[in-house]
Design a protein around this ligand. Structure first.
Ligand SMILES: *[C@@H]1O[C@H](CO)[C@@H](O)[C@H](O)[C@H]1NC(C)=O
Ligand SMILES: *[C@@H]1O[C@H](CO)[C@@H](O)[C@H](O)[C@H]1NC(C)=O
Ligand SMILES: *[C@@H]1O[C@H](CO)[C@@H](O)[C@H](O)[C@H]1NC(C)=O
Ligand SMILES: *[C@@H]1O[C@H](CO)[C@@H](O)[C@H](O)[C@H]1NC(C)=O
Ligand SMILES: *[C@@H]1O[C@H](CO)[C@@H](O)[C@H](O)[C@H]1NC(C)=O
Ligand SMILES: *[C@@H]1O[C@H](CO)[C@@H](O)[C@H](O)[C@H]1NC(C)=O
Ligand SMILES: *[C@@H]1O[C@H](CO)[C@@H](O)[C@H](O)[C@H]1NC(C)=O
Ligand SMILES: *[C@@H]1O[C@H](CO)[C@@H](O)[C@H](O)[C@H]1NC(C)=O
Ligand SMILES: *[C@@H]1O[C@H](CO)[C@@H](O)[C@H](O)[C@H]1NC(C)=O
Length: 440
C-alpha cells in the first residue's frame, strides 16, 4: 500500500515528456506514455511502449533502432508482464526506473539499491549505443546492457569465474511474445572457454573452444566489417561483438527457435541482412548429434554425417545403419596400458574439439603429451600455445568419451591426439615410433 501511494504522489507531480524527439533523458517528475519516446542523442535508438510485432496487441517498454521503425525490439523491460495499453515509464520515488500499468500498479522496476540521498536525484539516460542507464551523478546504478535476446556492439555475454554471475541471452517465447523462451546462450560454467545454446537445461549447440583472448574479423560481401572478441584469461570472461564504425548496424540475436543470428542493416533494401554464420544450421551443430567417440562431417549428405573415430565402431550397428547415431561408437580393441607399455595416439587435424575436457594451465607441449601418455585414463589431449608467444600454454585433456567432435573445421579449428591401440597405426608407424618417436 505504501508503495502504491508513493507512485500516486509521484504521478500527481508528473508531466508527460513533450513530443520533442531530442529528449534522451528522463528525470524525476516526468513520465513516458502513449506514443512518446526517448531518443538517444544521435538518434540511433528509441525507447517507448511498442507492440513486439504487427500481430501483437500487447505493449512492452522496449528499445529499437529509431531509424528503422517496425523492426525488432533489441531490448524489452517488462518481458514477463505485458500491458494492454502504453501506460507509464518513469522514475519512482525510490529512485528506480519503473513501468506502471494504468491502475498505477508496479509492473517492472530496475530494482537497484539507491541511497536515500540519491532518491529524488536519479536520471534515466538512453545512450546512443543502445544502453539505458540509471544514474546518480556520474555513478551507474543499473544498465540495460544486461541483455535480453539481442547483443548489440558493446554488450558482453559473460561469466564471472569468481562470483559465478552470468550474462546470457534468453530467447523470446515467440516472435510476438517477448516472455522468456526455452533457449539461452551463454558461457559454459564448467569450463569457461566455450559457449552454449541450451534448450532449457539441455545442451543444444556448443561453440568452438576459445583459449586465451583474440578478435576474429568478419567481412560481409558488401565490404562491411565486424568483429567477435573474446577474453577467457580474465576473471570476468566474455564474448562481445564490435563494428568498424558506428554507421554499421549489427544485431546478434537468439531467435525463438534457438538459432543465434548475426544480422547487418542494409540501407539499400531497408532490411536486416542475415550473415551466413547462424548456428545451429547443419546437423553437426546440434550437440552430440553423432553420439560419443565419433566425428560429425559438415555438409555431408543428411544420411551419413557421422563416422566412428579411428579404432572405434558403432555401438549398435543396426541403429547406426538406419541413421540413429545417438549411441555413438565404442572401442574395437581393449587398450593395454600401464607398466611401461607404450601409448599410441592418432592425430586428427582441424576439428572442433570435443566436450568434457579438463584444462591444465601453464604446461609446455611436452609436459602436456607426457601427462596424458602416462595416465591410462587420459583418452585424448591437445596443446594450445600461449598467446604471449612463450612456450608455456594450455593443455586440454579428456578422461572419457569424446563427445560433439566435428571434422574439417575451417575457422577456430584445432588438432587433437586420440589414444588408440598400437595396431591402429600400422606396423610402419609403430616401428617408426620406437625409432624416432615420430607418431604423435
Ligand atoms: C500519437 O498519438 C496521438 C493520439 O493518441 C496522435 O494524435 C499522434 O499523431 C500520435 N503521434 C505519432 C507520432 O504517432
Ligand atoms: C502476422 O500474421 C499474419 C497472418 O497470420 C502472418 O501472415 C504474418 O506473417 C504475421 N506477421 C508476423 C510479423 O509474424
Ligand atoms: C525486482 O525485485 C522483485 C522482488 O525482489 C522481483 O520479484 C522482481 O522480479 C525484480 N524485477 C526485476 C526486473 O529484476
Ligand atoms: C522527493 O520529492 C518529493 C516531492 O518533491 C518529496 O515529497 C519527497 O519527500 C522527496 N523524497 C526524498 C527521499 O527526498
Ligand atoms: C545508412 O544510412 C544512414 C542515414 O540514413 C547513414 O547515416 C549511414 O552512414 C548509412 N550506413 C551505411 C553503412 O552506409
Ligand atoms: C536410437 O538407439 C537407441 C539405442 O539403441 C535407442 O534407445 C533409441 O530408442 C533409438 N532412437 C530411435 C529414434 O530409434
Ligand atoms: C608456470 O610454471 C612455471 C614452471 O613450470 C612456474 O615457474 C610458474 O610459476 C608457473 N606459473 C603459474 C602462474 O602457475
Ligand atoms: C589420471 O588423471 C585423473 C584425472 O585428472 C586423476 O584423477 C588420476 O589420479 C590420474 N591417474 C594417475 C595415475 O596419475
Ligand atoms: C575434409 O578435408 C580433407 C582434406 O582437406 C578432404 O580430403 C575431405 O574430403 C574433407 N571431408 C569433408 C567431409 O569435407
Amino acid at each position: 500500500m505504501g508503495w502504491l501511494l508513493c507512485y500516486l504522489v509521484t504521478l500527481l507531480v508528473s508531466h508527460i515528456l513533450s513530443l520533442c524527439t531530442c529528449q534522451d533523458k528522463i528525470v524525476p517528475g516526468q513520465y513516458i506514455g502513449g506514443n512518446h519516446t526517448l531518443v538517444s542523442s544521435l538518434g540511433t535508438f528509441s525507447l517507448g511502449f511498442f507492440n513486439p510485432n504487427e500481430n501483437s496487441t500487447k505493449y512492452f517498454l522496449g528499445m529499437r533502432f529509431n531509424k528503422f521503425p517496425n523492426t525488432a525490439l533489441v531490448w524489452v523491460a517488462n518481458r514477463e508482464s505485458p500491458l494492454d495499453s502504453p501506460d507509464f515509464f518513469m522514475l519512482s520515488s525510490d529512485g528506480n526506473l519503473v513501468v506502471l500499468d494504468q491502475t498505477r500498479k508496479l509492473v517492472w522496476s530496475t530494482n537497484a539499491s539507491v541511497s536515500a540521498s540519491a532518491m529524488n536525484h536519479t536520471t534515466g539516460l538512453l545512450e546512443d549505443t543502445g544502453n539505458l542507464v540509471l544514474r546518480f551523478e556520474e555513478v551507474t546504478l543499473w544498465e540495460s546492457f544486461d541483455p535480453c535476446d539481442t547483443m548489440l556492439p558493446g554488450i558482453k555475454i559473460s561469466l564471472n569465474k569468481k562470483t559465478g554471475q552470468q550474462r546470457r541471452l534468453t530467447s523470446w517465447a515467440a516472435l510476438d511474445d517477448p516472455q522468456p523462451g526455452k533457449f539461452t546462450f551463454g558461457i559454459d560454467p564448467k569450463v569457461p572457454v566455450q559457449a552454449f545454446i541450451w534448450k532449457e537445461t539441455t545442451p543444444y549447440y556448443r561453440s568452438s573452444v576459445y583459449i586465451g583472448k583474440d578478435t576474429a574479423h568478419f567481412q560481409n560481401p558488401g565490404g562491411t566489417a565486424f568483429f567477435l572478441s573474446y577474453n577467457f584469461d580474465v576473471d570476468d570472461v566474455y564474448l562481445a561483438y564490435s563494428v568498424s564504425d558506428s554507421s554499421v548496424k549489427l544485431r546478434v540475436w537468439l531467435d525463438p527457435t534457438g538459432q543465434i543470428k548475426q544480422q547487418l542493416w542494409q540501407n539499400s533494401s531497408k532490411t536486416w541482412l542475415e550473415l551466413g554464420n547462424s548456428r545451429p544450421v547443419d546437423n553437426c551443430d546440434f550437440y552430440a548429434h553423432c553420439g560419443p567417440n565419433s566425428a560429425c562431417r559438415r555438409g555431408e549428405p543428411l544420411s551419413s554425417p557421422c563416422k566412428c573415430l579411428t579404432g572405434f565402431s558403432a555401438k549398435f550397428p543396426n541403429q547406426w545403419a538406419v541413421g540413429n547415431w545417438s549411441s555413438g561408437c565404442v572401442r574395437e580393441k581393449v587398450l593395454t596400458c600401464g607398466n611401461g607399455i607404450k601409448s599410441y595416439f592418432s592425430k586428427l587435424e582441424r576439428v572442433k574439439l570435443p566436450d568434457h575436457f579438463v584444462l591444465l594451465n601453464n604446461r609446455s607441449m611436452s609436459e602436456c603429451e607426457s601427462e596424458c601418455q602416462q595416465n591410462c585414463s587420459c583418452t585424448a589431449y591437445n596443446y594450445v600455445d600461449a598467446t604471449d608467444g612463450s612456450n608455456i600454454g594450455t593443455c586440454l585433456a579428456w578422461f572419457g568419451e569424446l563427445l560433439d567432435l566435428e571434422e574439417n573445421k575451417t575457422i577456430f579449428a584445432n588438432d587433437i591426439y586420440i589414444r588408440v591401440h598400437g595396431s591402429e597405426l600400422g606396423m610402419y608407424f609403430v616401428f617408426c615410433y620406437f625409432l624416432y618417436g615420430c607418431v604423435r
